[in-house]
Every structure is written in structure tokens, then in C-alpha cells.
Write a protein that binds this ligand. Structure first.
Ligand SMILES: [Zn+2]
Length: 157
């Protein structure tokens, strides 16, 4: 009995190895390139009606921010404590007064960029991180099945 991959004479029992969906009798050395088939292979019991968990959408890991509740009041209070009019504030952040009006009355939520500008200028905190939910990280195991192509390269080399 010779190994189907390297051609060496197999001492002892050949190892049945699955490589790229074909099963080969290989030596112990070559068996590490594929998935060793354990015999006898028992079919897994399948339960009727068992559904796989729905796939979660995978978002890239990033920190997300949202504008806190009551941001309008925070901005107005801070602006007034500084004795600034809405016009003053608008000028300082390079926005229209109507924008300030809408933000302070919370009819408009500032975007992150604008919120940051306001935070910096007024030394307030109106952005907060929010958890995007538990990210499911799928660990890729250490084993990487070799393909016929890999084996061919190994043989040649
Ligand atoms: Zn071999």
C-alpha cells in the first residue's frame, strides 16, 4: 500500500483522509493536509422541526454615537449661561439661526459632526456611545483544509 499523495510506502494502516471532497488512503504524514475520516461514521441524528438560528447581520465593529435626550435643553442652558444669543451661537458654529432654533426646540437632531462642534464649543456632552448589540464573532479554527491544489504543490516541491 502506497500513499496516494506522496507515494511513500505506508507502514501500518493507511489513513483515510478527505481532501477536497475526495477520499484518499494516505500516510500519516500526508493525513494532516486533509480531514481524517473517522470510521465508522455515524450519521448525525436530525431532529424534525429544528431550525437553525437566523443569521445575524454582521456589522463591522465600530463605535456608534447618538445624541442624548434633552440635548436641546442642554445646549440652550449652556448658551444662555454664557450670555450668547442664538445668533451668537449660530455664528460660532457656522450655522443658520434657524438650525439653532430647531436644535434647541429638539425639532431637529444635530448630526454627529454638528453635535461634536457644539460639544467642543460649549464644553457639554450631548453625544453618547451606544452599544450596537453583541457582536457575534465567528472564530475561524486553526484547521484549514487543504485543497487538491495545495497537495499538488506539496508533491511537486
Ligand atoms: Zn504520504
Amino acid at each position: 500500500m502506497r500513499c496516494e499523495i506522496c507515494g511513500k510506502k505506508i507502514v501500518g494502516k493507511p489513513v483515510k483522509t478527505k481532501i477536497d471532497s475526495s477520499v484518499m488512503d494516505v500516510c500519516r504524514e500526508c493525513s494532516k493536509f486533509g480531514k481524517i475520516i473517522r470510521e465508522p461514521s455515524r450519521p448525525r441524528p436530525t431532529k424534525a422541526g429544528v431550525r437553525r438560528a437566523p443569521k445575524r447581520s454582521r456589522r463591522p465593529m465600530e463605535t456608534l454615537y447618538e445624541v442624548v435626550e434633552g440635548y436641546g435643553e442642554i445646549i440652550r442652558a449652556e448658551r444662555e449661561s454664557r450670555g450668547w444669543s442664538r445668533e451668537d451661537l449660530a455664528e460660532r458654529i457656522n450655522e443658520k439661526v434657524s438650525v439653532i432654533n430647531r436644535i434647541e426646540s429638539e425639532r431637529m437632531e444635530p448630526d454627529i459632526k454638528l453635535a461634536r462642534k457644539l460639544e467642543k464649543l460649549l464644553k457639554i456632552k450631548i453625544l453618547e456611545k451606544f452599544e450596537a448589540g453583541e457582536e457575534e464573532r465567528i472564530e475561524v479554527g486553526g484547521f484549514r483544509g487543504a485543497t487538491i491544489g495545495d497537495i499538488a504543490r506539496i508533491k511537486r516541491g
